[in-house]
Design a protein around this ligand. Structure first.
Ligand code: HEC
Length: 290
């Protein structure tokens, strides 16, 4: 009985050890349906590629911002740790490119002024109805949490941006609707937003459609999870903690069980020993204890 328990206990400890390790190294679901690309932010050690996030911001701003808002982001987020990490000066300059409504002033009137770090990203349309009306009845979703809201996350957005194709023979498409391999139902009311060279990257990277798709997707993942890196660091600490704890548990288990001698000891003999102890103590025939 004790032998079995010991084996089970050892197995349990080994299983926990292995699962901690596998969680830390393969902590992402594999989805075979989407286009594959390597994301630097996946896994417990994942961090964002700063240059890619900065390029992603550029793509968002120059291409997507005409239709899609990211209402939760403020310009100051652009210079915060764990994000694109523009310098504070750069973020200020970016904010100042936009006109923001402020007020009322002392005359009770609203006025426009250049954006500041504390301002939210300027929206392309004042409300959902206006954006829907301007896009032929389709609402360009706000991008603050899009990467989290859609099943498939980064892989889905990346694939969607690269998934425009000729519709197959006989596939009906209305005016203003496009065929996309990765959109549920294959119909999307957004024409392909990217084409090679549509932006000129400030850092000289070649702006292929795939490169821009990757950069803007990384940017949207960060927009949806600005604290991803901090969370990964926490996760890593938790794993170290569990690891240390488990080592201590294992060591104390070894110590406790060593009092019972080796685990190969046959059942009967141990029982004998118990009997002998009892006999010696009570000075009686052990059989009477059965
Ligand atoms: C001309 C306006 C316009 C531009 C520019 C634009 N989009 Fe869209 N986008 C839309 C509209 C409209 C929809 C809604 C489509 C639908 O519901 O069929 C949409 C939907 C999407 C979706 C969501 C698909 C889903 O699952 O619902 C993603 C992702 C997306 N756009 C990404 C981008 C990215 C990234 C860019 C910039 C590279 C961009 N869009 C540029 C209008 C635009």
């Amino acid at each position: 009985m004790r032998g079995i328990m010991l084996v089970l206990l050892n197995r349990l400890i080994i299983t926990i050890f292995i699962s901690i390790f596998s969680i830390s190294s393969f902590a992402e679901e594999m989805n075979t349906n989407y286009l594959k690309t390597k994301w630097s932010f996946k896994g417990v050690f994942g961090t964002f590629d700063r240059a890619s996030l900065q390029r992603g911001y550029q793509v968002y701003q120059e291409v997507c911002a005409g239709c899609h808002s990211v209402q939760h982001l403020s310009y100051r987020n652009l210079s915060e740790k764990g994000g694109p990490e523009f310098s504070v000066e750069e973020a200020k300059a970016i904010a100042a490119q936009f006109e923001v409504e402020d007020g009322p002033n002392s005359d009770g009137e609203m006025f426009m002024r250049p954006g500041r770090l504390s301002d939210k990203f300027v929206k392309p349309y004042p409300n959902v109805e206006a954006s829907t009306a301007a896009n032929g009845g389709a609402y360009p979703p706000d991008m603050s949490v899009l990467a989290k809201a859609r099943a498939g996350g980064a892989d889905y957005i990346y694939s969607l941006l690269l998934g425009y194709e000729e519709a197959p023979e006989g596939f009906e498409l209305d005016e203003g609707v496009y065929y996309n391999k990765y959109m549920p139902g294959n119909k999307i009311k957004m024409s392909a937003p990217l084409m090679d060279g549509i932006v000129e990257y400030a850092d000289g990277t070649e702006a292929t459609t795939a490169q821009m798709s990757k950069d803007v997707t990384a940017f949207l993942v960060w927009a949806a999870e600005p604290h991803l890196e901090a969370q990964h660091r926490m996760g890593f600490k938790a794993i170290i903690y569990l690891f240390v704890l488990l080592t201590l548990v294992y060591m104390s288990k070894q110590k406790v069980w060593s009092r019972f001698g080796s685990k190969e000891e046959p059942e009967e003999e141990t029982f004998d020993r118990a009997e002998r102890v009892v006999t010696k103590y009570e000075g009686e025939d052990p059989k009477t204890f059965k």
